[in-house]
Design a protein around this ligand. Sequence first.
Ligand SMILES: NC(=O)C1=CN([C@@H]2O[C@H](COP(=O)(O)OP(=O)(O)OC[C@H]3O[C@@H](n4cnc5c(N)ncnc54)[C@H](O)[C@@H]3O)[C@@H](O)[C@H]2O)C=CC1
Ligand SMILES: CC(C)CC(=O)C(=O)O
Ligand SMILES: [Mg+2]
Length: 358
Amino acid sequence: MTYQIVTLPGDGIGPEIVGEAVKVLEKIAIKYNHQFKFNEQLIGGIGIDEAGASLPEATIEACLKSDAILLGAVGGPKWDTTSNGDRPEKGLLKIRETLKLFANLRPAILYKQLKCASPLKEEVIGDNLDILIVRELTSGIYFGKHERVVMENKKATYAEDIEYYNVEEIERILKVGFDAAMKRGKKAVIVDKANVLATSKLWREVSEEVAKEFPEVEYSFMYVDNAAMQLVVNPMQFDVIITNNMFGDILSDEASMLTGSIGMLASASLGEGSLGLYEPSHGSAPDIAGQNKANPIATILSAAMMLRYSLGLNAEAYAIERAVECVLDQGYRTSDIMNEGMKLVGTREMGELICNAI
Ligand SMILES: NC(=O)C1=CN([C@@H]2O[C@H](COP(=O)(O)OP(=O)(O)OC[C@H]3O[C@@H](n4cnc5c(N)ncnc54)[C@H](O)[C@@H]3O)[C@@H](O)[C@H]2O)C=CC1
Ligand SMILES: CC(C)CC(=O)C(=O)O
Ligand SMILES: [Mg+2]
């Protein structure tokens, strides 16, 4: 069968890690007799440089015609102050919004081989850590009004960012979260700041209603400040965490360290249909870009999620996940997950090793 895949390498380490994930998908295509047609498009800083926009029209058109999208990362100091107000991150937010990808699934899974790569004590992370963060992705403060008003009297200058959620937006992400919990450990924690925020209070009300549709799911609420602490004190208490756009962004970076590195955390951004966007949870890592140092595993595992969720290729997704485990079993590590006695490899070598293990 033939599948159309748009690749959006983006900036910084993006091209390096997407390159390795494409190699892995090419190996899958050979082994399982599929055809993946890759169509590379621009997004982020390179979009601004080469096409004058962080999300060029041609990219949107290609994505809409595709079966799935694989993205690297966007951003970098070069574009932190552009003259027309555009910046790489705007392209990322816009593609999520345009494709209506409201549900961001970020699994923080500890590979047993990486227990000692985490800065947390082994007894804290346990043996089977597997948390799914379900993050709302197309609303909240990232999509509210952002304004800066400069007054003549400098002291009166102000800026504001508005957090907005309506019932429909909250309901649909909660349903994704509760549904995921039903297929896992049947436990959901809704993370908010309901002791302060009106939006969080609304999330709680809607949660009580949605929960009635999932009577088997044991659910509770937790304030985000406590959740940040609980994730490092007792991460094993969590099964599914459901939360808003900004809290999910922050907590998923924190949860990544339970797995050893942000370079291990894959993600899937999904909407109502089968079209999805798959990307590692990390950014463009300008500090290591172009040095063959980036860990490509988060992107490779995101490609596995793409096979599972958008293309329905479960066996193939599983083959990638097993290949990653096999390479970790053999002791190969990129520098972010390196430990004594292990074999240090670069981005390209890690990609090759995973291909060879398929
Ligand atoms: N989805 C996206 O495209 C995102 C883009 N960004 C953008 O990325 C740029 C850098 O942001 P930062 O805050 O530094 O976050 P970052 O996630 O790019 O990097 C944070 C730290 O993690 C390390 N790191 C990240 N990915 C890694 C990997 N695969 N292997 C090994 N180490 C890895 C980096 O070297 C750095 O030390 C900014 O322009 C930011 O706006 C940030 C987050 C998400
Ligand atoms: C750069 C942001 C817009 C996105 C982000 O940090 C993320 O999705 O993890
Ligand atoms: Mg982030």
